[in-house]
Design a protein around this ligand. Sequence first.
Ligand SMILES: N[C@@H](CCC(=O)N[C@@H](CS)C(=O)NCC(=O)O)C(=O)O
Length: 132
Amino acid sequence: MVLYGSTNSGHSYKVRSFLLLADIRHEYRWIDLGKPRAERSPDFVAASKFGEVPVLLDNRQALCQSNGILIYLMQKARRFSGHESERQAILEWLSWEANRIWRTQTIRRSGAGYRPCAPCLAGVILTMLSQH
Ligand SMILES: N[C@@H](CCC(=O)N[C@@H](CS)C(=O)NCC(=O)O)C(=O)O
């Protein structure tokens, strides 16, 4: 597996955390979000449907959207999937969290005058995640 991600991205952080915690072998390819999208590595540009990280390559299949990737990994690796009675709660938490990240990013971007991916969520989200 190959994970395209960035240390400035909370969305990437979630997927990388899963891979590391579940001990899944993968290659991590760091994408410089400070570069214009067209100048990022051609393999990433080809794999990334929305031009964003994270993207997980598995058997030539390019998966995007962090929570979609988490659910894929959960099913494939049979890790962190919880008991059947907990599945709905897992989906609820993933949906709750996606909305929180989106809002935080939007607030940061508007504060930064809508520069493309203002040092993303780094400060805010990574700090938040590290505290839990
Ligand atoms: N909904 C997507 C959001 C991904 C996203 O916003 N990624 C940002 C980094 S945190 C990105 O790659 N931005 C690229 C850019 O702005 O050029 C997910 O959950 O994966």
